[in-house]
Design a protein. Sequence first.
Length: 493
Amino acid sequence: MSLGNLASVGYFLPELTVTATILLLILMHVVTKSPRSNAFGFLSLVGVGAAILLSGIVPAGAGKSIFEGMAAYDGFAVFFKVLTALATLVVIFMTMDSREMDGRSQAEYYIFLLSTLLGMFLLSSATDIVMLYLSLELVSIPSYLLAGYFKGRERSTEAAMKYVVFGATASGVMIYGFSFLFGLTGTTQIAEIGRSLAAGKATLPMLLASVMVAVGFGYKIAAVPFHMWSPDVYEGAPTPATAFFSVGPKAAGFAVLVRFYYTVFAAPDPGSALWRLTSAVDWPLLFAALSAVTMTVGNLVAVKQDNVKRLLAYSSIAHAGYMLMGFVLLSPAGLKAILFYLVVYLFMNLGAFYVVILVSNATNGGEDISDFAGLGSRAPFAAVSLAVFLFALTGIPPFSGFIGKVYLFAEVINRGVYWLVVVAGLNSVVALYYYARIVRSMFLDEPTDTAAIAVPGVPRAMLLLMVAPTLILGVYWEPVARIASDSIRMIAF
C-alpha cells in the first residue's frame, strides 16, 4: 500500500536535506560579495554528509511505496543514494583542491552539483514513469551547465552543446517510449505496467517502447552507440565535473535501468532469470551484444588517446560495457554484481581523476600522458596511488577491480554465455596496454621539470581514503557484496 504525501515525508529526509542545502547556497550567493569563497564548498560538504547519515536512519525493511506510488524507499534506493552522495563528497574535495576553478565563481558550480545529486536521489527511487522522466531531466540539465561551466573556452562550450543535443534527443525518444507503455497499460506506475504486460503478448508497440526506453537509459550510462557525447564532454568540462560524470550520473543511470527493466520485463520468478519478452526477441543476446560492443569500442578507441581525461572517458565507456554483463539475464546475482562493481569503480575511478587534478595543478593545466612523465620521482605517493587505481581498473589481482570482474564474469559463465566472457577477457588485456602507458610514463620516462610536486595534506588524505578500499576490497569484499545482495532482494515490494 502506498503512503500518502504527509506520511512519506519521514522517508524523504535525504532529499529534503540536499534541497535545503541548495537553497542555502543560493541565499549565500545572493547575500555575500565573495562568490569564490570556500564557504560554499564547506556548506556543500556538510549538506551532503548529512544526507548520507539520514539515508540510513529509517529502516528500509521490505520497502515502502511513498508519495502515492511515485517513489520507493527500499534498500536499493538507499544503496544508490549513499553511493552517489559519496561520489559527490569526493568531487567537492576535488573542486576545492583544483586550481582550474580559481578565478571562477564557485557558488553556481556547487548549486548545479547538488541539484544533480538531488536528481540522482529521485532517479534511484522513482517507481512512476512521470517521476522517472522528471528525475532524469533534473540530473541532465544541471549536468549540461556543469559541462559548459567554462563558458569562455571553446572546448567547454562545445562540450555543453553536444551534451544538450544528445541529451535532448535521447530524452525525447525515451518519453515517446513511455507514451507507448502508458497507452498499452493505462498506468504510469512501473509495477502496474509490469503486471499488465505479463498478462498480455509482446506486441509490436511494446517492443518499440522497450527499445525507445533503452535509448534513454543507454545515453545516461554512455553505452555504445549512445556514447558519442561522452569523450568531448569529459574533455571540455572542468576536471572535477568530469570525475563526477564518470561515476555519479552513470551509477544513477544503472539504478533506473535495473529498477525499470527488472520490474517491468523480468519474469515473475526472480530465480528464473528470464525476460518476459524472451519469446519474441532474444533479449539476453541483444544486451550481451550491446555489452560486448560497448566494452570493445571503449577500449579500442582509448588506445589511441594521449589526453588522460579523454582516455578515462573511453575507459568509462568500456566499464559501462563490463557492468552491462550483469544486466544481460536480469538475474539477482547479475544485478548484485553490478552494484558491487559500482562501489569499487567509484573509488578507483575518482582516485585516478584526483591524481589528474594534482598533475594539472602542477603543470598549468597539463592533461596529456607526457605531463605525467617522471611523476614517480616528483610525487611518489601520487604516482603509486595512480598506479594502484589504474591496475584496479584493469582488473588485476589483488585489487578490488579484479573481484568486481569476477562477480560479473561468474554470473555470465553460470548462465552459459561463454563468448561474452571471452570478449571481456580480451578487452581487459587491451585495457592493460593503455593504462600501462601512463604507468610507464610516470616511472620510466624522464620529466622535463624535475622539481618536486607538493601534495597537500587534504589531497593526500583523500587519495589514501580511496587507495585503502581499492586494496582492502581486493582481499576482503564480503561485507560490500552482502550489502549489494540485500539491496537487490529489497528492490521489489
